[in-house]
Design a protein around this ligand. Structure first.
Ligand code: UDX
Length: 435
């Protein structure tokens, strides 16, 4: 099939490249010419393991093209995916400006044989509104919703073997086209849910908000473990063994971040309010996660002594999770900002996140280091903020000789406490009583 994707952000690129791998003829369109020129030379603007190999192969096979020209992107097209961003407005509401700009641009090429598929995360009833919007312009294209559930760092596996494919449609023709697009995956018996437009739109928000709730819940339980002396690892394991609960998304940490969870839960909360449908849980989860970096800094202050002025703090990890270079809504960045506001000197390191962090956050008291060991030099405390496996393999004996005070605060519970203590460090993690 001939498929066009508008927007070469994370979702558009992964989806486009992987659809070309499934055998479709794909054109990815973006208004950013520099990005497009680079993509045509197989240079990716994002980090996603192995995606470059898929891109190189598809370019070689001429299954994918990148363009900023709508004319070129719209010739004989069977399906157009909208994959632009829907960032939060100040109110929390999703901003659909880019979605409508894309629709305006492509609308003159649409017809009743072409399916317009909204993959961007949009609030319930958006697709119905898009259908009316197009109808006002006398355009009667088919419109479908097809939310994505790709995780950064795991996106290729998530695309090829998703837990489910969700499609929202208002007629049989639309589902036929989507089934054709996903045929190679459906052959593998990947569950397909065909529902109406508004339900598909809401499934995305409800899923992400539920996962965010699980994380906020386990983080609150970790706080309780710190007070009662219960063991968070065993608590989480014991809960997860119950198949009704499941063992996923029960890892405690510095809070959830990334480009989806914080934005989607805010948007769902706004939707709930707009519909005057009570959902007290969402507000609690938002508050819990927003408060989390402050709780973490309080913990650091408690361990180091109230005054953080001029304390040298090494922060290992800047990205919101391991396996990505993305620092959007990263708890590590929020923790750094709070520590800086309290007068601490920060020495930060990350395997992939330094470039983005540097663009986003500059301060005279903040230094970035490519070498993790160097970041720990003279530190009053070493904080592990992201669960990079590299950090478990560091030469901690060497780091012990470099730090000013041998204190490690492991916000991801990834280090072996016994081994670290044997070296001579004081070791603190999340969910363990301090003293
Ligand atoms: C998420 C959704 O999982 C995906 O389906 C959606 O399409 C986009 O948003 P992603 O942002 O890539 O994907 O990250 P994910 O792995 O889900 O983690 C989100 C946040 O939760 C991270 O900050 C992570 O550190 C945190 N997390 C996750 C925990 O704190 N504990 C856990 O047990 C799991």
């Amino acid at each position: 099939m001939n498929i066009t994707l508008i927007g070469t952000g994370y979702v558009g690129l992964v989806s486009g490249i992987m659809m070309s791998y499934l055998g479709h003829n794909v054109i990815c369109l973006d208004k950013d010419r520099v990005k497009i020129d680079k993509l045509n030379k197989a240079i990716l603007p994002i980090y996603e393991p192995h995606l470059d190999q898929y891109l190189t192969e598809s370019l070689k096979q001429e299954k994918i093209k990148f363009t900023y020209d709508y004319d070129e992107a719209s010739k004989n097209v069977d399906a157009v995916f909208v994959t632009v961003g829907t960032p939060s407005k100040l109110s929390g509401e999703a901003n659909l400006e880019y979605v409508y700009t894309a629709i305006d641009e492509i609308s003159r090429y649409l017809n009743k044989n072409c399916l317009l598929i909204i993959k961007s995360t949009v609030p319930p009833t958006s697709c119905d509104k898009i259908i009316s919007y197009l109808a006002e312009k006398n355009i009667f294209s088919l419109v479908a919703a097809n939310p994505e559930f790709l995780r950064e760092g795991n996106a290729i596996e998530d695309f090829l073997n998703p837990d489910r494919i969700v499609i929202g449609v208002s007629n049989e023709e639309s589902s036929k086209i989507l089934k054709k697009i996903y045929a190679p995956l459906l052959k593998k018996n990947i569950p397909l849910l065909i529902t109406n437009l508004v339900t598909a739109e809401l499934i995305k928000y409800a899923s992400n908000s539920f996962l965010a709730t699980k994380i906020a819940y386990i983080n609150e339980m970790a706080n309780l473990c710190e007070k009662t002396g219960a063991n968070i690892h065993d608590l989480s394991y014991g809960m997860g063994l119950d198949k009704r609960i499941g063992d996923k998304f029960l890892k405690t940490g510095p809070g959830f971040g990334g480009s989806c969870f914080p934005k989607d839960i805010l948007a769902l909360n706004k939707i709930v309010k707009d519909y005057e449908a009570n959902c007290l849980i969402l507000e609690a989860v938002i508050n819990s996660n927003e408060k989390r970096p402050f709780d973490i800094v309080n913990k650091i202050s408690f361990i180091l002594g109230e005054d953080l002025q001029n304390k040298n703090i090494a922060i290992l990890g800047l990205t919101y999770k391991a396996g990505t270079d993305d620092i959007r809504s990263s708890p590590a960045i929020m923790i750094i900002k709070i520590l800086l506001s309290k007068g601490a000197n920060i020495r930060a390191s990350d395997p992939l996140g330094i470039i983005h962090a540097n663009e986003h956050l500059e301060d005279k008291n903040l230094l970035y280091f490519d070498s993790t060991v160097e970041a720990c030099n003279g530190a009053d405390a070493v904080i592990i903020a992201t669960e990079w496996p590299e950090f478990t393999k560091l030469n901690w004996e060497k780091i012990y000789t470099k730090v000013k005070l041998p204190i490690i605060i492991d916000l991801r519970n990834i280090l072996n406490a016994r081994l670290i203590k044997e070296i001579g460090f004081e070791y603190y993690n999340i969910g363990t009583k301090i003293r």
